[in-house]
Structures are given as structure tokens and as C-alpha cells.
Design a protein around this ligand. Structure first.
Ligand code: SDX
Length: 429
């Protein structure tokens, strides 16, 4: 007999089922609360609310644990490739060699974008933010793949999964090329996923360009680390849009838009801006730590804090080590990395951060690596989107395959005007 929770309400007491997850997480199932009691629950920012059950990713925020389909992020970071990790997240298991080869080759053959899509880029202002371009172009993909009703839903989802995984790097790289006035570099199917992206970003028709294998290795690592993170803001958005049975392109477009916010994926861009401001203004890190603690200041230490992690973000630890490795191998002495380490050390000794369990998150060091790779700061969140794409797709698929799934439609408590009259305009004050 599973445990239940007893809820005492004015004039009534009800029992609610308790749901227990694989790792012994517990939830009170309130699916029938309103029908039984007329009450709903209220939870600003969903701090305490589970939107679903999911078998994709497990996070233990207190212990700093992150696993994709049960496999620790540290192991995948060490041993996997981004496409293999994408397969794991989307299909629910590690691919055997034949499955991985088939998946890899399928992605490779969809890396080009329709030639007509290139014309969209001519309409954007030269300094258009690449996240706006990404959202616009991904949304437009659905116009090139209409009238495919003949395919089964599963085949259609699988094909659109491949199209998105294959084309997002091309779309992203072309946004960068347009911003610097260089031509689109077509994908090369002979290259690996990460190599191809770096080729499209940094090669030119004017001379031969060899992709640095170290950059390919580091990019592979970063994309794996960003690939999923259970019900974060952008993934929850993808599930929300998927619940209305909108297309996968529409759901992913919504995820891109949600990720863009500075509280979420946009933080990696903000971290570099913050560190650059610190370096330019000088005066050390203490001034910024005090500003971040000052309730009258809107300033927050970007790249610090997390809704779930109340311990080190395991991804931040891995990225910090990769930072050291890449910069030392490239013989780059980036003062921003030294500043970031100084800031981390000072913050983690400060009672304000200790009491609130504010640690560096995935965004704190990633920008330093992207900067060392030659990626412009404005495109850092695009890199986050490239990594998060398989996670978004996996959650859209999990939602769509859930038996009896319903459209996501939260309730509310109304606090506006009571019943009011329509006052004709001549009588209005
Ligand atoms: C990502 O959800 C995910 O999984 C996200 C992500 C993923 O992989 O998808 O991990 C990626 O989005 C990482 C987070 C990137 N964002 C930032 O680095 C922006 C800076 N961080 C903050 O905005 C904040 O920490 C959030 C948004 C990340 C989390 O905010 P919460 O959970 O709503 O916590 P909160 O704002 O209520 O903060 C609790 C307290 C507050 O102080 P008190 O009111 O208790 O006095 O901590 C303070 C906050 O003021 N606080 C900070 C702070 N973060 C929280 N104070 C200074 N600097 C900060 N960075």
C-alpha cells in the first residue's frame, strides 16, 4: 500500500497519494485536489511544484548530482560524444555501433539549409542578436516541411529531430558569418558534428582551414554538459508548447526564446560582460560582491546561484577544469579567468553566499572557454542552445508519448477587480 498525505482544510480532511521516484524523491499528487475540495495550490515560480514525472535526467541539487538516463555527467563528459549523448537522451539508451553510425550519418546528410533560407539573413540588421535569428530561422523551418502528413507521427518526429540537430549548427554559424560580412561556409559531411560547426564558423573560401582537434574536443564536452537539465525554464517551455500539439519546430523555437533570458541561458553572456566591467573598472572583486548582496542594488553575480543546485553545479567544476586545460594548451593568459577564480573564491567565503548556498553554475566559466575559442560573446547563448537541443527534443518526445497526456493549463487565484460596470466614456474620469 503506497503512503498517503493527509491535508486538513477548513471543514474537510482529505488523503492525497504520495508519489515516490527512482531516487526516493517524494511528491504529493494533487491531480484531484480541486475536484475533491475546490482548492488549488499556489507556488510562485514553481519552486515546489513538479510538472510531470520524467525518466530523462536526474538532478540532486543538495549533492550536486546530474545524470542523463542514469549515467553520471562526469562519465559522459569523459567518454561520450555529443551525438551519442543526444541519442541517449532522445532514445533512452546508449546506441550500439550500428545505431550510432546510422544516426550520425542521418544527421550528416541534413546539415544543409534550404537555399531560400539564406535570404532571410539578408533581411536581418547586421547587428541582430543571434538568438533572435536562431528563433526566427528555426520557426521558419516548419514552412519548408509542410504537407508531410503521409508520414507516421513517430517517423515525422524522428525526421524533424534529425533536421533540427543537423541544421541548428549551420543556422548558428551562418548568423555569425553574416554578422562579420563573410559568406556562409557549407557543411562538410566528411567532418564530425563539432568539427563541422567549427569549420562553418571559422573557415573561409579564401584559404585552407584546419579545425584544431583540441577545440573540437572541448566543444564536444561543452555540448554534452549543456544537453539536458530536467525541468529548467526553457525545457518546461518546450513541454508546454508540445502539450498543445504544436510542431517540434514551434516548441524548439519557444525553448530558444526562453533560454535567451539573462536569468537562464543568457547568463553566460552576462558573466563575460560582468567580468569585463570588473577588469575595466579595477578595484577588485569585493565591490561587486558587496553590490550583489545589497538589496537596493539590482546587481547579481551572474553565473552564480541556481534554483536546484545548493551545492556545486557539477558542470561548473568540469568546465572550470576544461578552461585551465584549453587556455594553457593555447597559451592564453585570460585575465577574466583569473578574475573569475578570484570572484569565486571570495564569494564562497562570504556568509551571504554561504547562507544562500550560492555556487558557480554552468554559466560561470563557459563563456571564458567560448571566448578562447573565438566565439563572440553575443553568441554564447547560441552555444547553450546548440547543447540543449537534444534535451528539449527528448522532453518533447517524452511528453508526446505519455499516455493520457493533457494540454498544460495551470490555474490561478484571481486578485483583480470584483464585478464591475462598463462606464461610458463621457462618464469616465
Ligand atoms: C541556468 O534551471 C536550470 O536548470 C537552469 C540551468 C540549465 O541547465 O537549464 O542550470 C541553466 O539557467 C543557470 C542559471 C544562470 N543564471 C544566472 O547565473 C543568473 C544569476 N542567478 C540568479 O538570477 C538566480 O540564482 C537564479 C535565477 C539562477 C535562481 O534564482 P532563484 O532560484 O529564484 O533564487 P532567488 O532569486 O530567489 O535567490 C534566493 C536568494 C535571494 O536573496 P534573498 O531574497 O534570500 O535575500 O539568493 C539571492 C537572491 O537575491 N541570489 C543572488 C544570486 N542568486 C540568488 N544574489 C546575488 N547574486 C546571485 N547570482
Amino acid at each position: 500500500m503506497s503512503e498517503t498525505a493527509e491535508l486538513k482544510l477548513p471543514g474537510q480532511t482529505i488523503e492525497l497519494p504520495i508519489v515516490v521516484g527512482t531516487e526516493n524523491e517524494k511528491a504529493v499528487d494533487i491531480s484531484n485536489l480541486r475536484a475533491k475540495t475546490g482548492f488549488i495550490t499556489l507556488d510562485n515560480g514553481y519552486m515546489n511544484t513538479g510538472a510531470c514525472t520524467s525518466a530523462i535526467t536526474f538532478i540532486d541539487g543538495e549533492k550536486g548530482i546530474l545524470r542523463y538516463r542514469g549515467i553520471p555527467i562526469e562519465v559522459l563528459a569523459e567518454r561520450s560524444s555529443f551525438l551519442e549523448t543526444a541519442y541517449l537522451l532522445i532514445e533512452g539508451k546508449l546506441p550500439n555501433q550500428a545505431e550510432l553510425d546510422f544516426f550520425t550519418n542521418r544527421v550528416r546528410r541534413h546539415t544543409m539549409i534550404h537555399e531560400d533560407i539564406k535570404r532571410f539573413y539578408d533581411g536581418f540588421p547586421r547587428d541582430a542578436h543571434p538568438m533572435a535569428i536562431l528563433a526566427s530561422v528555426v520557426s521558419s523551418l516548419s514552412t519548408f516541411y509542410q504537407h508531410e502528413e503521409s508520414r507516421s507521427e513517430a517517423d515525422h518526429f524522428s525526421l524533424n529531430t534529425v533536421r533540427l540537430l543537423a541544421k541548428l549548427p549551420t543556422i548558428a554559424a551562418y548568423a555569425y558569418k553574416k554578422s562579420i560580412g563573410q559568406p556562409l561556409m557549407y557543411p562538410q559531411n566528411s567532418m564530425s558534428y563539432c568539427e563541422n560547426f567549427l569549420h562553418m564558423m571559422f573557415s573561409t573560401p579564401a584559404e585552407h582551414y584546419d579545425v584544431d582537434p583540441l577545440m573540437t574536443e572541448i566543444l564536444n564536452l561543452l555540448l554534452i554538459l549543456h544537453a539536458d537539465h530536467e525541468q529548467n525554464c526553457s525545457t518546461s517551455t518546450v513541454r508546454m508548447v508540445s502539450s498543445s500539439k504544436a510542431s517540434l519546430f514551434a516548441a524548439i523555437t519557444a525553448g530558444i526564446c526562453a533560454l535567451w533570458g539573462p536569468r537562464h541561458g543568457g547568463a553566460n553572456e552576462e558573466v563575460i560582460d560582468m567580468l569585463t566591467q570588473m577588469r575595466n573598472e579595477g578595484g577588485g572583486v569585493r565591490k561587486y560582491i558587496d553590490q550583489a548582496k545589497d538589496k537596493n542594488s539590482k546587481f547579481k553575480l551572474m553565473g552564480f546561484g541556481h534554483r536546484v543546485y545548493k551545492n556545486f553545479d557539477p558542470r561548473a567544476k568540469i568546465i572550470k577544469a576544461a578552461c585551465d586545460k584549453l587556455l594553457s594548451k593555447m597559451k592564453i593568459a585570460d585575465p577574466l579567468l583569473d578574475l573569475a577564480k578570484e570572484l569565486e573564491e571570495a564569494a564562497l567565503k562570504d556568509s551571504y553566499f554561504i547562507e544562500r548556498k550560492l555556487y558557480p553554475n554552468v554559466d560561470f566559466y563557459s563563456g571564458i572557454i567560448y571566448k578562447a575559442m573565438g566565439i563572440p560573446t553575443v553568441a554564447f547563448t547560441v552555444m547553450f542552445a546548440l547543447g540543449r537541443l537534444p534535451g528539449w527534443i527528448a522532453h518533447s518526445k517524452e511528453y508526446s508519448n505519455e499516455p493520457g497526456n493533457k494540454i498544460n493549463r495551470p490555474r490561478q487565484i484571481y486578485i483583480g477587480e470584483p464585478l464591475a460596470e462598463y462606464v461610458s466614456i463621457e462618464k469616465r474620469k
